[in-house]
Design a binder for this molecule. Structure first.
Ligand SMILES: [Zn+2]
Length: 339
């Protein structure tokens, strides 16, 4: 029989699944608070994959994605070990906030430290108990600040194994990003653990397309890692995604009330009208035009904006833009976009 898996001093026998609650620093009321960690330790050996959500406590789609992945019956055939952490930042979740009680952004303080801020201690706990025992990782996020994202993968595509897995996730657009920004993805990658960041939907809202694409993406990556058997339906199903050459935000040219004229995933050409800024009081309205050809991968959903606010995220491609556009459209149809 294969050896048990050890996580934070807990033994999980081969073939078992367990929920381990990792203690974190108490709430100010001295109420205990825990990081829930699901461990599925397969009978046969293979990679050790972590999937994490709600590092930002108001990003909820990932919590539901992990719930659905854990409910998937195909996991009974798992090779290797899945470590799923649906709520990394429970402090943020209970306050419906992106941040920690000390107002720090957890995803800027990795790898953390034992003696630093609450955020740094939590980051250190996650690195020490979860990341350091894994071979691969997927971190789930949504847009922030009232912005919503077309499902997309951000990863260090210069690393071959990371790129291979990113392509297998099954979303149409990938962004190459190797920045060292204190993020979990950055720290894990520096430890030699290929890690994908999945960005989809918006904070504080469930989004069906984001959830569906996230669940199938994680299972696709597990198949690519040979942690799950390929099914007849899955074999050859993942369409090769497009890597954005660059991406940039179109910014509000003036303050006022923003209204987008294009949806997520829309293909736009240079000079197209993509939105308007109206005056809340004077009845005037000015158009916003796209400066480039591309595809809309992020959008401000809150109309109230100031001059300079990022309102539409435009990805540019080397590839034929019509091909990218039709792939995105097909993906949205397949995943039931209501946008
Ligand atoms: Zn996030």
């Amino acid at each position: 029989m294969r050896d048990p898996f050890i996580l934070a001093g807990n033994e999980i026998a081969a073939g078992d699944r367990r929920l381990i609650n990792l203690p974190m620093p108490d709430l100010s009321s001295q109420t205990g608070i825990y990081m829930p960690v699901h461990v599925l330790h397969g009978k046969r050996s293979g990679p050790v994959l972590f999937v994490s959500a709600a590092i930002h406590g108001d990003e909820l789609n990932g919590i539901e994605i992990i719930r659905q992945v854990l409910a998937s019956r195909t996991l009974s055939r798992i090779k290797g070990t899945l470590i799923a952490v649906p709520v990394v930042n429970a402090y943020g979740l209970i306050h419906v906030s992106r941040y920690l009680p000390d107002r720090r952004d957890l995803n800027r303080v990795f790898p953390g430290s034992d003696n630093g801020s609450l955020a740094a201690r939590l980051a250190k706990l996650f690195i020490q108990e979860i990341v350091s025992v894994c071979t691969h990782g997927i971190d789930l996020h949504t847009g922030s600040g009232h912005r919503t994202n077309l499902p997309q993968i951000r990863a260090d595509l210069d690393d071959p194994e990371t790129e291979r897995l990113a392509r297998q996730f099954g979303v149409p657009v990938m962004l190459n990003s190797s920045v060292r920004d204190g993020s979990l993805r950055g720290s894990a990658s520096e430890m030699g653990i290929p890690t994908l960041l999945y960005e989809a939907g918006e904070a504080l809202r469930y989004n069906d397309m984001a959830i569906r694409a996230g669940v199938s993406g994680i299972l696709n990556v597990m198949r690519a890692l040979d942690m799950l058997p390929a099914t007849r339906a899955s074999r050859g199903k993942v369409k090769d995604p497009f890597v954005a050459r660059s991406s940039r935000w179109i910014r509000a040219p003036e303050s006022g009330m923003f209204r987008a004229d294009v949806g997520l995933g829309a293909q736009v050409s240079k000079g197209d009208i993509v939105g308007h800024i109206a005056s809340a009081s004077e009845g005037t309205r000015h158009e916003i035009r796209s400066l480039h050809d591309g595809v809309i991968i992020g959008r401000m959903e809150l109309p109230v904006v100031h001059e300079g606010d990022a309102v539409l995220h435009l990805a540019r491609f080397k590839d034929d833009i019509d091909e990218v556009g039709s792939h995105v459209e097909m993906f949205q149809q397949d995943h039931g976009s209501v946008d």
